[in-house]
Design a binder for this molecule. Structure first.
Ligand code: GLN
Length: 513
């Protein structure tokens, strides 16, 4: 992976993402506290709203990606995405300002979440896919470009909880509004930054402006170049495909309804997870090579679900562990449990600075692993992180707190895994996808985060509680060791299978590294 000079557009995307992620994570840091302490929801209801929100923000990139590829183009999608998010953050601010009129503040909160979910859907996949379009296909700098982009994302994620938490979480429920207001103002700054700089910096390697016309128009598939007129046969095929998708969707909804009851968010996420990927595969314009490459993305995206499901314990069960069972006193001062969530973005920023160099050095020796292998290494590191903490909690009596060293070690190893898997995954999706599906495929990639967030909630529910019997596949989860071991095994097995598949996957990538 080369680290040589990057186009200036990358730094515009870096700054735009820093600002946008600041507002996303700033709002998220105080959201569950706002629900329980200001709107006075009980913990279970609040956790379910939180879970649905974090699941849905990663579901809508599918729709946003589709609209961007087909109708709007990336620039317009980024603009409207950020605008909708700004409206969402302001609605959150108004909700937190009207705590005395309970019903109104609830409605404003739900309205705010809706705008945030839709806005993120338009913003996240498009801003992620435009990074790759700044480079020629096959450019060796792409992995390092995505790692730099990822660093930008995490600069925002690091500062946001500290700032929004400082002003919003004061112990007085009326102060939450300041946290939301800061997030709203920063979202407006995102729009201003992008709109004022885009013409100057968003230029493709051919010198032409990027993201103005939809990608579907930029890259006409070979077939439709030769025969523009739709034949009756095409129409019939399309009708058959749509009928098939319709029947499949109904069958899946019924099946998931049977699995989850009327948890419509889960039903929607899991159904979309199958329908959208199948829909792309049915697209008649795909060549055999394009189809193989898309298959690689699907297979890896499936394994990546296990990464994020274990990793996303950070916001819930690992924070409970930090609060209840970790000794956070440093030189007489007790660190707030929520601060431990800033460890991860902090480590990302440091490791993102180092990793391009490490890959570059390995590359020179001909030892740089291929993208699927890097995903497997990421999963392995996740498993190792949980293994480390298993040592920390083994033989510890209930009620005794363990050293902060264990959680710090876990987060450091997890972040090493994240930096090996996540930016490289984005880069890989970009390299393997035909331009006309660029943003939509990013949406599909983010679908694994959406599914994982839901799955993480289910697994997090197994967090051991005195007096409650919890089991997984018949095995009891009686203490923290059992709980963490579950993640060691889950990500370890996923990693092993992916290692075994990686040679085959590499072949299916047809020359893309
Ligand atoms: N922290 C990253 C971000 O916010 C991770 C996203 C993901 O794919 N889960 O972009």
């Amino acid at each position: 992976m080369s680290t040589s000079k990057h186009p200036k557009g990358l730094y515009l995307i870096f700054a735009t993402s820093t600002a946008e992620r600041f507002s996303y994570y700033g709002m998220r840091a105080i959201f569950i506290l706002f629900l329980t302490q200001a709107l006075l929801f009980d913990k279970e209801h609040a956790a379910s709203i939180y879970g649905s929100y974090t699941g849905l923000v990663y579901l809508t990139p599918l729709i946003g990606g589709y609209i961007a590829d087909k109708y709007w183009g990336i620039r317009r999608s980024v603009f409207w995405g950020a605008m909708m998010m700004a409206v969402g953050q302001f609605l959150m601010f108004f909700s937190a300002s009207m705590l005395d009129t309970k019903e109104l503040s609830h409605w404003l909160m739900y309205g705010g979440l809706t705008f945030l979910i839709l806005g993120n859907g338009c913003f996240k996949p498009t801003v992620s896919s435009i990074v790759g379009q700044l480079y020629e296909p096959g450019d060796k700098r792409l992995d390092s470009a995505y790692t730099i982009f990822y660093m930008g994302v995490n600069v925002g994620s690091f500062f946001a909880p500290l700032v929004c938490g400082y002003f919003g979480e004061t112990g007085n429920p009326h102060d939450f509004k300041w946290g939301f207001l800061i997030a709203a103002i920063v979202t407006i700054l995102t729009v201003v930054l992008f709109e004022t700089q885009k013409n100057k910096y968003l230029i493709g390697p051919d010198g032409k402006p990027l993201g103005i016309i939809p990608d579907a128009k930029r890259e006409q598939p070979e077939e439709s170049k030769t025969s523009q007129r739709k034949t009756a046969m095409d129409r019939e095929k399309k009708f058959r495909n749509n009928l098939f998708l319709g029947v499949l969707a109904v069958a899946l909804v019924l099946f998931f309804y049977w699995c989850f009851g009327n948890d419509w968010v889960s039903i929607g996420i899991f159904t979309a997870c199958i329908i959208f990927p199948v829909n792309i595969l049915l697209d008649g314009s795909l060549t055999k090579i394009e189809r193989d490459r898309i298959f690689v993305i699907y297979i890896i995206a499936f394994f990546v679900i296990f990464f994020w499901a274990a990793y996303e314990q950070a916001g819930a069960s690992l924070t409970l562990f930090a609060a209840e069972q970790t000794d956070r006193v440093i030189f007489g001062w007790e660190m707030p449990a929520s601060w431990i969530q800033s460890f991860n973005p902090f480590f990302v920023v440091i490791l993102a600075a180092i990793m391009p160099g490490v890959w570059g050095a390995l590359n020179k020796r001909g030892m740089e692993p291929a993208s699927p292998t890097k995903q497997a290494i990421g999963l392995l590191l996740l498993s190792l992180g949980y293994l480390v903490i298993c040592f920390g909690v083994k033989d510890v009596q209930p009620g005794i707190k363990v050293s902060l060293i264990w959680l710090t070690g876990l987060y450091f190893i997890h972040t090493m895994g994240e930096i090996t898997l996540s930016p490289i995954g984005l880069s890989m999706v970009n390299k393997l996808t035909p331009v006309r599906f660029a943003s939509l495929m990013m949406g599909i990639w983010y679908l694994s985060t959406s599914t994982a967030n839901k799955f993480a909630g289910i697994l997090g529910g197994l967090y051991p509680e005195p007096g409650k019997v919890k089991t997984l596949l018949g095995y009891p989860i009686e203490n923290m060791f059992d709980f963490f071991m579950m993640f060691v095994l889950m990500s370890g097995v996923a990693s092993l299978i992916l290692f075994l598949l990686s040679k085959k996957l590499q072949k299916m990538m047809h020359g893309v590294e």
